[in-house]
Design a protein around this ligand. Structure first.
Ligand SMILES: [Zn+2]
Ligand SMILES: [Zn+2]
Length: 407
């Protein structure tokens, strides 16, 4: 085992020795498959089943896994091989991950290396190496406050879709922070459990706004709009698109519009007319497209409004009806944070609410960006030995930014 893994495993062992009783299995746990990724390189234990929470908890205490998962699915025989499990249904599950959100800070804190030709780059890892076309690429990502905040906003949008558009109750939803770069929403309504993979894909497409074609929406393309319909107040996509257009016309800077491919002349015309748009957009005088905006630009704006209104969910997690997903109150070896069930997404702070380790540790930091744990800010560090709170030290070691120092 690598020195860093050995160190993290030691910390996890200590944590689970005292806190194994906190691990929260999902409802109907006896019908779930459980999976465990161990610190010992590449060892995955799958197809495990537990009748009681205490059985799962003692297993975790004994094995001290790096990652703990349960199936979103319900099976008659969860401990059998995949094709003999007898699938009974699955929670409708959503994953919102910073990996799928475009943030400009990624260029500063994420890196990738092609395993084949060793080419390196900044930002998110590409699907193929631009130099050798190889697909084996190592990504190095950071748990960035800005990225996580954007992910949290996407979760709030997702909850809007699920409650307002689909009519699900918040009571049937559990929201978790993954302990790394994202959030999971587990929808456990009976109507959703039996949905097939294709049916789940339809839901995903709706939430992502996929396949929307402005040319098919003549009400959006020309003419004066009847007061009252459709507008920002409307439910569903209609309201989202109108709200998006309003925000684009009244808030987006000239430079930003140019970045989207709108000509400088038109971008300038739009930003010069902001106040006029703001006063006319809500009310009877609204005319679309507004004067000075041609049909091509208008369609680009509508498309952008759709993008802004969508919630950036991971398609695969929702459509895979055999997915394994993290168990609440277990630790994530990518950070040392815990996967945590969230009471209020509006008030949730991952850098406070997912922290478990107390005390202080001394570590040698090769290089780390600035970050926050609770109310305290750390770094940036370069080639430095520091004594810092354990949660911060474990995060740096887990992320490969620091090495434990043993005197
Ligand atoms: Zn390459
Ligand atoms: Zn970031």
């Amino acid at each position: 085992m690598r020195e860093a893994d050995e160190y993290i495993r030691g910390k996890f062992e200590e944590y689970y020795r005292h806190n194994f009783g906190r691990v929260r299995p999902p409802p109907e746990m006896e019908k779930r498959e459980f999976g465990f990724l161990l610190f010992e390189e590449g060892i995955m234990i799958r197809h495990k089943a537990f009748k009681k929470a205490t059985d799962l908890q003692s297993f975790i205490r004994t094995k001290v896994p790096a990652h703990v998962y349960n199936s979103t699915a319900y099976y008659l025989e969860p401990d059998q091989e995949m094709d003999k499990k007898n699938w009974q249904g699955a929670d409708l599950t959503f994953d919102v991950d910073a990996d799928h959100i475009d943030t400009t800070c990624k260029d500063a804190h994420d890196r990738w290396t092609c395993k084949n030709c060793k080419t390196q780059g900044k930002g998110s890892a590409p699907e193929k190496c631009p130099k050798c076309q190889g697909e084996r690429i190592d990504g190095e990502v950071w748990v960035c406050e800005v990225c996580l905040e954007r992910a949290r906003e996407e979760v709030i949008k997702l909850l809007g879709f699920l409650t307002e558009d689909f009519g699900f109750s918040r009571k049937n939803m559990t929201i978790c922070f993954s302990g790394h770069r994202g959030y999971h929403v587990h929808l456990r309504a009976d109507e959703a459990k039996s949905l097939s993979s294709d049916e789940r894909k339809e839901i995903v497409d709706y939430i992502l706004g996929l396949g929307f074609d402005p040319n098919l929406h003549t009400d959006l393309l020309d003419g004066r709009i009847d007061p009252g319909i459709p507008n920002i107040e409307n439910q569903g996509w209609q309201g989202r698109i109108h709200k998006g257009i309003y925000e684009i016309l009244t808030e987006t800077s000239e430079d930003e519009l140019v970045k989207w491919g709108i000509s400088r002349r038109i971008a300038k015309a739009i930003s010069n007319k902001r106040d006029e748009f703001a006063s006319k957009w809500i009310g009877e005088q609204r005319k679309i497209p507004p004067d000075g905006v041609g049909p091509t630009t208008w369609k680009a704006i509508i498309q952008k409004a759709v993008e802004e209104g969508s919630a950036k969910i991971d398609t695969v997690v929702t459509t895979d009806v055999h997915r394994l997903i993290r168990v609440p109150e277990t630790l994530n070896a990518k950070t040392g944070f815990k996967t945590v069930e969230i009471n209020s997404i509006e008030r949730f702070d991952p850098f406070r609410d997912a922290i478990v380790f107390e005390g202080e540790e001394t570590v040698y930091v090769r290089d780390a960006p600035q970050f926050r744990i609770g109310d305290q800010s750390f770094g940036p560090y370069l080639d430095k030995t520091v004594t810092i709170p354990s949660a911060a030290a474990i995060l740096l070691v887990a992320k490969g930014k620091a090495l434990p120092r043993r005197d």
